[in-house]
Design a protein around this ligand. Structure first.
Ligand code: ADP
Ligand code: MG
Length: 338
């Protein structure tokens, strides 16, 4: 066969294969977009575990009508400056919307503060519709229906509505902890509902308690440490407040939720002497460092990160948690609070 250029839709579907693993990935991308747009209220509605419907509504800055077509075009973003090492927004690849639109039926309805009217665009299995006038308040509503209808092979990998709904709830909780001043609501067709009212700007612990449970603050130790310009803050649980899995270990790098083996390993190491292997601490830890010292462009889903100095970060986490445990009088071979 001769060499040919892939079609735009094929390229987007290949990208979707990496960025959009399951319905929760769509929710993550749309909620991140809402946050990047400065939203204070974000509403997520899903049906069928997100496979039949995901709708995210925000009150952010909106997209001007002439830019709607660009929003669904590949590699188009309003967020990246000219420096890949200086990323301050959650998005920057300009890939999410065209990817989702290539495997689902997506519509965007938006209105800017300056715009006197709203407009709407659709992209359906890669086919982009013309922009049409619509009615809406300031902000953006993105609706995704029939996820993976255009890629049936991926659809077969879905774990069932319950599991997908649970993954969606987890994604919203994780992001919400980093944005306590934003109100989040999640309504699913099953029992997966979530209401996280906005809390005072700096009261991260109040949002953590909404997500981790009201008992968490009474069972948590505050962390505040710094090493060579890398700052670590947040809370970790005492050894009597643990879980059978690490699902409630939340770690953020510059406000971005990450799942990283180095960070998970550091937490495990910090508790190694005070927790049995099958128990896991609950954490909400926030690392802040110069964007240039961490690479978030490792994987399209941006959950992995690479630190320029992994040893420094590991040492900071292990040292800070151990110091907090010791400060609370918690010593090896103690399983309860001292
Ligand atoms: P990225 O987030 O990497 O820029 P996306 O494909 O997710 O790429 O979005 C493309 C562009 O569409 C964004 O850069 C932004 O300008 C615009 N956009 C998407 N969602 C929203 C939203 N909820 N509010 C305002 N603008 C949005
Ligand atoms: Mg985005």
């Amino acid at each position: 066969m001769p060499i040919r250029q892939l079609s735009e839709t094929m390229i987007n579907q290949i990208a979707a294969g990496e960025v959009i693993e399951r319905p929760a990935s769509v929710v993550k991308e749309l909620v991140e977009n809402a946050l990047d747009a400065g939203a204070r209220r974000i509403e997520v509605v899903t049906a069928g575990g997100g496979l039949s419907l995901i709708r995210v509504t925000d009150d952010g800055g909106g997209i001007a009508e002439p830019e709607l077509a660009l929003a669904v075009a590949r590699h188009c973003t309003s967020k990246l400056s000219d420096d890949i090492h200086d990323i301050r927004s959650l998005g920057f690849r300009g890939e999410a919307l065209p990817s989702i639109g290539s495997v689902a039926r997506l519509s965007i309805r938006s209105r800017t503060a300056a715009g006197d009217s709203a407009a709407e665009i659709g992209i359906d299995g890669g086919h982009v519709s013309a922009v049409r006038p619509a009615a809406a308040n300031r902000g953006t509503t993105v609706e995704v229906r029939d996820l993976f209808f255009a890629t049936p092979a991926r659809l077969k990998f879905m774990k069932g509505e319950r599991a997908e709904a649970t993954a969606i709830t987890d994604v919203v909780k994780r992001i919400a902890v980093a944005f306590p001043a934003v109100r989040f609501t999640l309504a699913g067709s099953d029992r997966s509902t979530l209401e996280l009212p906005a809390v005072t700007e700096n009261d991260r612990l109040a949002r953590v308690a909404q997500v981790m449970g009201a008992e968490f603050p009474d069972n948590a130790l505050a962390i505040d440490a710094e090493r060579e310009g890398v700052r670590l803050t947040g809370h970790v649980s005492i050894p009597s407040f643990t879980r059978a899995n690490a699902l409630l270990q939340y770690v953020y790098v510059n406000g971005r939720p990450v799942r990283d083996r180095l960070l998970a390993g550091a937490i495990r190491g910090a508790y190694a002497d005070v927790l049995p292997r099958d128990r896991h601490a609950v954490t909400a830890l926030f690392l802040e460092l110069e964007p240039a010292l961490v690479d978030v462009n490792v994987h399209p889903a941006k959950a992995d990160v690479r630190f320029r100095d992994p040893g420094l970060v590991r040492g900071l986490i292990v040292g800070a948690i151990r110091a907090a445990l010791a400060g609370a009088g918690i010593r090896p071979a103690t399983t309860g609070a001292a």
